[in-house]
Design a protein around this ligand. Structure first.
Ligand SMILES: NC(=O)c1ccc[n+]([C@@H]2O[C@H](COP(=O)([O-])OP(=O)(O)OC[C@H]3O[C@@H](n4cnc5c(N)ncnc54)[C@H](O)[C@@H]3O)[C@@H](O)[C@H]2O)c1
Length: 257
């Protein structure tokens, strides 16, 4: 019960990794708000986590400032404060790789990166008022992926929007940690490798997932439960002086200094 008495918001908590965080946080004694854009997924999240503790669903679009503020206000009203924010929501399973337009690039940044800033801004006053807090951002091993263009005639720049946004999350983590440390708010980041979620299987074939999993220094499919312990640590009282850090959980594929 390492999060006993804490109030947590998990964005994108209706399914996949976010739902695993919700479930683990409830099991550790937290009360949790699922901040999720898709009401169907929110309902699934509530159904899957409801038996584990006190959990609410608040429909939230992290790319919309007013929606983020309404989510923070709802958490304070329902549970009396906010101790933990997990910025997990992103266009990942729903990412349309075929859309190379500038408008879509901006949408990716609005959700994956600016959504982290908007939610952080929305919860910070309640955390300051409560004497501190914990923010855990979800980046990705994709932040560290650089692929060279295929040989042949120049075919245009292409879009690396997902990786760009996740590299931005790494940077935003450090900026926010510096800004908020004085208020005893820590900000850290988890960068998972390829995790065997339904979202991943929308983007990659089983064969490709097996191939990527097999070539890691620690081979094997990473599962959602391989990430939750790190989130609990960053969110717990044990991590009071840990801030601005990125923990890569990818079986050793990337080992940034
Ligand atoms: N699964 C992986 O292999 C993997 C690897 C590295 C990083 N990640 C990151 O982990 C997180 C979760 O991944 P997942 O596999 O569970 O993906 P997912 O697509 O299943 O989950 C994302 C969730 O965010 C929600 N969401 C999307 N836009 C939103 C918005 N504007 N406001 C609020 N909620 C919104 C979605 O409805 C969905 O429930 C994402 O940030 C993803 O980029 C995933």
């Amino acid at each position: 019960m390492r999060l006993e008495g804490k109030v947590a918001i998990v964005t994108g908590g209706g399914q996949g990794i976010g739902l695993a965080y919700v479930q683990r946080f409830l099991s550790e004694g937290a009360r949790v708000v699922i901040a999720e854009i898709d009401p169907g997924r929110g309902a699934v999240g509530l159904a899957e986590a409801g038996d584990l503790g006190e959990v609410e669903y608040v429909r939230t679009d992290v790319s919309d400032p007013e929606s983020c503020q309404a989510c923070a206000d709802a958490a304070v009203e329902r549970f009396g404060g906010i101790d933990i924010l997990v910025n997990n929501a992103a266009l990942y399973g729903d990412w349309d790789m075929s859309d190379q337009s500038y408008a879509y690039l901006k949408r990716m940044f609005d959700v994956n990166l600016h959504g982290v800033w908007l939610m952080t801004r929305a919860v910070a006053p309640a955390m300051v008022e409560g004497g501190g807090g914990r923010i855990v951002n979800q980046a990705s091993g994709a932040a560290y992926n650089y692929a060279s263009a295929p040989a042949g005639e120049f075919a245009g720049l292409g879009s690396y929007s997902y990786s760009q946004t996740k590299w931005g999350v790494v940077g935003l983590t450090k900026f926010s940690a510096a800004q908020l440390g004085r208020y005893r708010i820590t900000v850290n980041c988890i960068a998972p490798g390829v995790v065997g979620t339904d979202a991943t299987l929308k983007q990659l074939s089983e064969d490709m997932l097996d191939h990527l999993s097999a070539e890691q220094p620690i081979p094997g499919r990473i599962q959602v439960d391989d990430l939750t312990g790190a989130a609990v640590f960053f969110a717990s009282d044990d991590a009071g002086f840990v801030t601005g850090q990125v923990l890569v959980i990818d079986g050793g594929r990337h080992m940034p200094a």
